[in-house]
Design a protein around this ligand. Structure first.
Ligand code: MAN
Length: 561
């Protein structure tokens, strides 16, 4: 039995319906029957000027230049444009370089599918059941070989396989339809995301504008509170520190003076006691002028000292002044010493000691004046963020947050828009393959295809992974391969080819790249991986995504001959 060759042409109509009429000469296919119907003469198909007797048909002698007089023998098998040229009498070109009129020997194959087989297979002593299941290619002349008709069983098995294939194709097409739906839904989601991002951006822009205005307003009003500072704390901070020290020194001194006063008061009281006793105990009859004058002076002193008491400071008042400064007494210095307190804040705190109506009036007037001075370059603004009030900081942060939000949302929007523009193949189908991978083991590697992402060569010996290319585009290329019995092959025709470039650099060579050829199959499967050229890989992959225009099973076009 011979394997199916490229010269085989399967019938174009359903099996049985094209069976050649019994009156036709052996080997004539149905589409050429009209040329052989006349009983009297036969005109060569390609050269009608050459008329032969009907007995010359299939007489094993090649009389027509196009071989049409020998449809059922191998006599004209040598006529082939592919054969080396040989001188040939009667040939229009004078050589074998001629075109044959008939595609081959017609096997009617009743019960299966009629087909043409190459003339050289006719009567060669081999039953070519794969091509000619009815055995009509052997007429028992060559070596007495008789080929039985096996079309019944072969046809039945063929139809079973074809039915299986048809059902598989049907499932593949349905699977593809599901994938197309998934892809459509994913596209819709991207569109929805774009719409919502656009909306979010619009309101964020409006918010940004509002926050910009607010920030400017706050900056403007807060400027009034900003006093040109000299680092942390500023001049007023320093002044407050000095004042606190000075007040503390004065308080200490007052305390000491108070102690001295008390001492002196004690001594005065002792002296007054002595003099009082002296005045009471002295003898006035003892006419001593010096003693009398001293007593008189003491009596004047005692009378005047009582009147001065009014101007004396109350001890309670002094004690109040001597109390330590704190939250509830004296000055609360802590308020002026706050970490990071600016001059503006100090001024603000000082204002708090003024009566309400005066404070507001002064505050407004001073603010307006300060802003005017700053804006006219008379007073320096404080460029140091340390000098910013919490209000300005908060307004700035809110504005920056809005700006950052806008920036990240704009990036996301651009990404989504770019994704929508990307080529995901026919019907956008590979959109449904995002994030999916398939792999196969070949030798020491596992080869992985992550669809619209990358291809990877994974060492099974623990040598790590190698990037074989990143997805770049979708192309189409013509495949020209024999059909495989298991159907896991590219076959013939236009195929989708996914390109993956710029993978890991090849030692002493360019970056690795992969061409992923796709053919229709029920499930995603990497069939084969080859490295035709160093670091240039070819993956043959079956997938329902490639089941675009599926051919009717068992039918082949004439130009495939
Ligand atoms: C590794 C593999 C091979 C490749 C060589 C190139 O062994 O990635 O596929 O051919 O490197 O040096």
């Amino acid at each position: 039995m011979r394997r199916a060759g490229v010269f085989v042409l399967l019938g174009t109509l359903a099996h049985g319906s094209l069976a050649a009429s019994k009156s036709l000469p052996r080997g004539v296919g149905p589409e050429f029957s009209a040329f052989y119907e006349s009983k009297a003469t036969f005109k060569c198909i390609g050269n009608p000027s050459i008329a032969l007797k009907s007995s010359q048909i299939n007489d094993n002698s090649c009389d027509c230049p196009d071989g049409s007089d020998e449809p059922g023998t191998a006599a004209c098998a040598h006529l082939d444009p592919l054969s080396p040229e040989q001188p040939l009498l009667g040939s229009p070109t004078g050589t074998t370089n001629t075109t044959r009129a008939l595609p081959g020997f017609w096997c009617a194959n009743d019960g299966h599918i009629g087909s043409y087989i190459p003339f050289m297979y006719v009567d060669d002593g081999v039953c070519d059941y794969e091509l000619c299941c009815d055995g009509s290619d052997e007429s028992a002349h060559a070596g007495g070989v008789v080929c039985e008709n096996r079309c019944g069983s072969i046809g039945k098995e063929w139809r079973r396989l074809e039915e299986e294939r048809r059902q598989s194709v049907e499932r593949s097409v349905k699977r593809r339809q599901t994938l197309v739906k998934e892809a459509r839904e994913l596209r819709r989601k991207v569109e929805v995301k774009i719409t919502s991002l656009k909306g979010e951006l619009e309101s964020l822009e409006a918010k940004k504008e509002e926050l910009e205005k607010k920030f400017e307003e706050v900056q403007r009003s807060e400027r009034g509170k900003v006093v040109k500072g000299e680092g942390r704390g500023g001049k007023l901070g320093v002044l407050a520190g000095l004042a606190k020290t000075r007040v503390s020194e004065l308080r200490d001194t007052l305390d000491k003076v108070l102690d001295q006063r008390d001492d002196l008061q004690d001594r005065v009281e002792q002296l007054e006691g002595i003099l009082t006793k002296f005045r009471e105990d002295y003898n006035p009859n003892f006419n001593d002028e010096g003693v009398k004058a001293a007593v008189k002076s003491w009596e004047d002193y005692a009378a005047s000292a009582t009147g001065d008491k009014k101007s004396e400071l109350a001890d309670a008042d002094i004690m109040e002044v001597l109390k330590e400064d704190g939250e509830s007494s004296g000055i609360n210095w802590a308020e002026f010493e706050e970490e990071g307190a600016s001059d503006a804040a100090v001024v603000y705190h000082l204002e708090a000691y003024l009566p309400g109506f005066v404070r507001d009036y002064i505050h407004t007037k001073i603010n307006v004046l300060r802003v005017w001075l700053i804006e006219n370059g008379v007073l320096a603004d404080n460029p140091d963020s340390d000098g910013e009030s919490r209000l300005v900081i908060a307004a700035r942060e809110a504005l920056e947050t809005a700006k950052n939000d806008i920036s990240s949302k704009t990036t996301a929007l651009e990404e989504q828009k770019g994704d929508l523009q990307k080529d995901y193949g026919p019907d956008d189908i590979f959109r449904a393959f995002k994030g999916k991978c398939v792999s196969t083991d070949v030798g020491e590697y596992e080869y992985e295809l992550c669809w619209v992402d990358k291809t990877t060569q994974k060492s099974k010996k623990g040598h790590g992974n190698t990037n074989m290319g990143n997805f770049v585009r979708i192309d189409r290329e013509l495949a020209d391969e024999e059909e495989r019995a298991d159907g896991k092959g590219l076959g013939k025709g236009q195929r989708i080819v996914l390109r993956y470039d710029n993978g890991q650099g090849c030692w002493n060579g360019p970056s690795r790249r992969t061409h992923v050829w796709l053919a229709c199959a029920e499930t995603d499967e990497v069939w084969r991986v080859s490295e035709s050229e160093k670091c240039v890989y070819k993956m043959e992959v079956g997938t329902p995504a490639a089941c675009e225009a599926v051919q009717e099973p068992g039918v082949r076009a004439k130009d495939e001959l």
